[in-house]
Write a protein that binds this ligand. Structure first.
Ligand SMILES: Cc1ncc(C[n+]2csc(CCOP(=O)(O)OP(=O)(O)O)c2C)c(N)n1
Ligand SMILES: [Mg+2]
Length: 302
């Protein structure tokens, strides 16, 4: 069955319509993940866009058809590990899923996440990376890229966007031998669905899925172009698609099959958060993108 038919055959477990911003890829990604994992899933979503828009729900009812709860911003992994321990007593096949933002993952929730991976708690932890604290008004996070304008890394007489570079959380998780790590984005839906399907089969520890989800509101892009930005991120090697399991890295087909990578400007140029960047900045981004790709090739033995 092809991916479209497969997804159409699965029950939609998220509130109908779109309750987030137009063009929000975080909502699409969560919808697909829930379709793949199915109704025997328990969800936690810490404060952030998806807790507010999709899961917290309206009129005192949940926005999901499955049990969902909101942990604190920093403790999703530890709270979910406790939920999983309780479910293991009644039904070990229940998927325990966290869908956390990049701020809740790369910054404030990192200790809880790393500890759960080290304990090999059998939970599925998804980082919805929209590259800033979006729900509270575009503040910089650890995964905000170099140069990006946010409300805490302004552009003008006081600065030129974020000075430091993006924290590479999936690589950190691989380096601590997390049971399964994958990077994914909804622009490559076959790859996306395959990785979530694989995540559902992992029984020996924590699954960490890092999803790049363009955010039109925070990035200053048109809602109808979100998928195009996600595709440009992959095609320029700004965002590398790969998997890690048992000390082995595998570069995923959409990244592996790139013959002529697009220039990073394909990804950066029409985003308002990068509007102030000049050729020297682009060159710096190219240098980092290239180093990360060379590093991944070595790890994957390419
Ligand atoms: C300890 C703590 N600090 C700050 C907040 C306020 N807060 C709520 S949502 C949010 C943004 C979270 O950003 P991210 O995790 O990237 O998720 P996004 O909003 O981008 O989906 C913040 C800072 C909070 N809830 N708890
Ligand atoms: Mg975010």
């Amino acid at each position: 069955m092809n991916t479209v038919d497969f997804l159409n055959s699965r029950e939609d477990l998220l509130s109908p319509g779109i309750s987030a911003c137009q063009g929000c890829m975080a909502e699409l990604s969560l919808r697909v993940i829930l379709k793949v994992l199915g109704e025997k899933t328990v969800l936690v979503v810490p404060p952030g866009c998806m807790a507010g828009a999709a899961v917290g729900g309206w009129n005192k009812s949940l926005g999901t058809k499955i049990p969902a709860a909101m942990p604190q911003l920093g403790n999703s992994a530890s709270m979910l590990a406790g939920i999983k321990a309780a479910y293991d007593l009644v039904d070990p096949d229940v998927h325990c899923l966290a869908y956390a933002g990049d701020g809740g993952t790369a910054d404030i929730g990192l200790q809880a996440l790393s500890a759960a991976a080290e304990r090999r708690d059998n939970i599925i932890y998804v980082c919805n990376d929209n590259e800033a604290y979006m729900n509270t008004g575009f503040q910089k996070s650890g995964t905000t890229p170099h140069g990006a304008r946010t409300s805490t890394t302004p552009v003008g007489s006081v600065g030129r966007g974020k000075v430091n570079f993006k924290k590479d959380v999936p690589m950190m998780m691989a380096m601590q031998n997390t049971a399964y790590v994958a990077t994914l984005t909804p622009a490559y839906m076959n790859d996306f669905v395959e990785k979530v399907q694989k995540a559902a089969t992992i029984k020996d520890g924590l699954v960490y899925l890092h999803v790049l989800n363009p955010c039109p509101t925070g990035w200053g892009t048109k809602p109808e172009n979100s998928i195009a930005y996600a595709r440009a991120a992959v095609q320029s090697r700004y965002f590398l698609l790969y998997e890690y399991r048992n000390y082995e890295f595998t570069v995923s087909a959409p990244t592996k099959n790139i013959r002529e990578p697009k220039d990073v400007t394909e990804f950066l140029q029409k985003q308002k958060r990068f509007a102030h960047l000049d050729e020297q900045d682009y060159e710096e981004v190219r240098r980092v993108v290239n180093s990360r790709w060379e590093n991944l090739k070595k790890l994957a033995g390419l």
